[in-house]
Design a protein around this ligand. Structure first.
Ligand code: SF4
Length: 202
């Protein structure tokens, strides 16, 4: 297995910290592919340390990238300490906007409130809402935290809103009905976050 810490998608630089995730989503891209766009294989032989991530960043010219995104082949908040240490390094050295793409279950993963730790470091949190329904959410994500996962994810979004300038919740185009999209939009409006329907990636 490889050690692809950084990879590019469109104009952004992505950081791959872990392959761990408390979910086993029925639609997870990890089931059908081992890379994204032109990246190398994203299955990690081991998880990189914060120093290894910084070294990988230093070896790259970050000028062309619009945003640095913590995403990768797993849930980035599984490694929240490394994520935040690296984010602080990126902010201080490069001043780039930073996004986390997440399932929104960080507080269940870390067993404590975590959103406040993003303050001043993370510009955008993008959370996969997937569906407006908690039972359907569990069917889709197969989260190991069970039926409480959906409400925990919504509570996390509300908390992030206090500390992060842009909080976005997403569903994937064509995977839910228009009526369900309207329900998702209403949830986002209630939470005061942005709703985004992402294009389907196969
Ligand atoms: S939360 Fe993301 S990484 Fe985890 S199983 Fe679902 S799609 Fe895959």
């Amino acid at each position: 297995m490889s050690m692809t810490i950084l990879y590019e998608v469109h104009d952004n630089l992505y950081v791959n910290l872990t392959n761990k995730c408390p979910c086993a989503c029925t639609f997870c891209l990890r089931q059908t592919r081992d890379h994204m766009e032109d990246s190398d294989v994203l299955w990690l032989s081991r998880e990189p340390s914060a120093d290894e991530v910084k070294e990988a960043l230093l070896a790259k010219d970050l000028t062309p990238y619009k945003e640095v995104v913590f995403c990768g082949f797993g849930e980035p908040t599984e490694r929240l300490d490394v994520l935040l240490e690296t984010a602080a390094f990126i902010k201080e050295r490069y001043g780039k906007p930073i996004r986390i793409d997440t399932n929104g279950l960080a507080d269940l993963i870390c067993k404590e409130p975590t959103a406040h730790r993003l303050k001043g470091l993370i510009d955008t949190v993008s959370i996969s809402l997937n569906t407006p329904d908690k039972e359907r959410y569990l069917e889709l994500t197969r989260s190991r935290f069970g039926i409480g996962s959906f409400d925990a994810m919504l509570a996390y979004a509300a908390e992030c809103k206090k500390y992060v300038p842009n909080v976005v919740m997403t569903t994937v185009d064509t995977t839910i009905t228009k009526e369900e999209e309207e329900q998702c939009r209403a949830i986002c409006e209630r939470l005061g976050v942005t709703y985004r329907i992402r294009p389907w990636e196969d």
